[in-house]
Design a protein around this ligand. Structure first.
Ligand SMILES: Cc1cc2nc3c(=O)[nH]c(=O)nc-3n(C[C@H](O)[C@H](O)[C@H](O)COP(=O)(O)OP(=O)(O)OC[C@H]3O[C@@H](n4cnc5c(N)ncnc54)[C@H](O)[C@@H]3O)c2cc1C
Length: 384
């Protein structure tokens, strides 16, 4: 089988490792000129770690990781709303970790360096039921492939091309900022501070480093955005309690990554001989931190389907059927609460939100528990 992987991100590299393990041949193309990672930190919940074991890089990732044991949700002033123990059932056998994105990317990349053709992009794609004919900008990989794996991220060119009139990305109207910052002896567990339409999250990466993420609704009533990330962060979050004051004071030398949350209009699985994995298939909000986990699980499930059925068509259908329920539930659970964020500018919806969190516990932990325990959400194979 001649396989082309498009994109050397988390999904593409995971896929490549699994194909390599099975002795299957493949080529990876990456449009960037060299290995590089944009992004600050990444939090990996229990199912991402289970998948890392199957991919075969669990120990290597753990060597860079910081295990987190509790999650705290507070008000903007730092008053506790709920906390959850991540070492108690159903997670007693599992771990939740955070690490720098570059460290995760480097582990996944290790040993695959020679397989990746950088600065390479497809210029023409002819997707047919028995194979895909491609041309590229440098001619390096031109030819016919039995299978093309689209792992080209949320802005997937392949998805846009295969679904020309139906491909849109949904904007949540949530501009946000991410950074890693040194804060000595912070003694924090993951902390989510909920304001009005604004949120500040701090996730420990080590004893003295935090991965921070913050956002605010773009139509909020109080803070017109200036476009200067540090200025906006200081203006919006200066009234926050807890560690935020200390974090804002240390911002000067920190690289802040700006972005906005977007999701795919709908999950895609395959079309003829192009199969979608990772964000290209199912990007959604990071509320459940399922981005990397979904990429890992997509790759595992796809490889298993390809091994089980030598005919690619039925194998791709198996992949779709195995992933569908879980993926669509994750997208819905991750994106739905974001539709109400603007309403949190008002006191009553905020009161209801906070009461729900007090009663049910942190939203993400509630979701992870469902993912861990509900049989109908399991992939139709033993991932959990
Ligand atoms: C603010 C924010 C916070 C997040 N936090 C978390 C978190 O804590 N935990 C978590 O699990 N997930 C998180 N995610 C989601 C996570 O980052 C993604 O799900 C994950 O990076 C998807 O990996 P991927 O390989 O599918 O895509 P990407 O990482 O985007 O990789 C795609 C690759 O394809 C390449 N490419 C693109 N187009 C082409 C082309 N035409 N030809 C060749 N190559 C191409 C790109 O250069 C890139 O290298 C977060 C996302 C956001 C926005």
């Amino acid at each position: 089988m001649k396989i082309l992987i498009v994109g050397a991100g988390i999904a593409g590299l995971s896929m490549a490792r699994l194909l390599q393990k099975q002795g299957l041949d493949f080529t990876i193309i990456e449009k960037k000129p060299a290995a590089s990672t944009v992004g600050a930190g990444i939090a990996l919940p229990f199912n991402a770690l289970r998948a890392l074991k199957e991919i075969g890089v669990y120990d290597e990732v753990m060597a860079h990781a910081h295990q987190v044991r509790e999650i705290h949700y507070t008000t903007a002033q730092g008053k506790l709303l709920a906390q959850a123990d991540l070492t108690a059932p159903p997670f007693a056998q599992d771990k939740f970790i955070a690490l720098k994105r570059k460290q995760l990317q480097d582990v996944l990349l290790s040993g695959l360096e020679d397989k990746i053709r950088y600065a390479t992009e497809l210029t023409a794609v002819d997707n047919q039921i028995h194979g895909v004919k491609v041309n590229s900008n440098n001619g390096d990989i031109d030819g016919r492939y039995d299978l093309v794996i689209a792992a080209d991220g949320i802005n997937s060119g392949l998805r846009a091309e295969q679904y020309p009139n139906r491909h849109t990305l949904y904007r949540h109207k949530l501009p946000g900022w991410r950074f890693v910052i040194k804060v000595e002896q912070h003694q924090l567990q993951p902390l989510y501070m909920l304001g009005k339409s604004d949120l500040f999250m701090a996730y420990p990466l080590s004893e003295d480093e935090l991965y921070c993420y913050a956002h605010i609704h773009e139509d909020n009533d109080s803070h017109p955005l200036s476009g200067d990330a540090k200025k906006d962060l200081r203006a919006i979050f200066c009234t926050y309690g807890g560690p935020v004051g200390k974090i804002l004071q240390a911002l000067d030398d920190v690289e802040v990554i700006c972005g906005e949350l977007k999701s795919v209009d709908q999950a895609r699985y395959y079309k003829d001989r192009i199969v979608f994995i990772g964000d290209a298939a199912n990007a959604c909000s990071p509320l459940l931190q399922q981005g990397a986990a979904a990429a890992f699980e997509d790759a595992i499930c796809l490889v298993e389907s390809l091994i089980k059925d030598e005919n690619i068509g039925p194998a791709l259908e198996q992949y779709k059927q195995a992933r569908r329920t879980r993926i669509e539930w994750i997208i819905n659970y991750s994106d739905k609460p974001l539709a109400s964020i603007k309403k949190m500018e008002k006191a009553l919806p905020r009161f209801i939100r906070n009461t729900l969190i007090r009663l049910l516990g942190p939203f993400n932990v509630f979701g992870w528990k469902k993912l861990a325990t509900q049989a109908k959400l399991a992939n139709k194979r033993k991932l959990d």
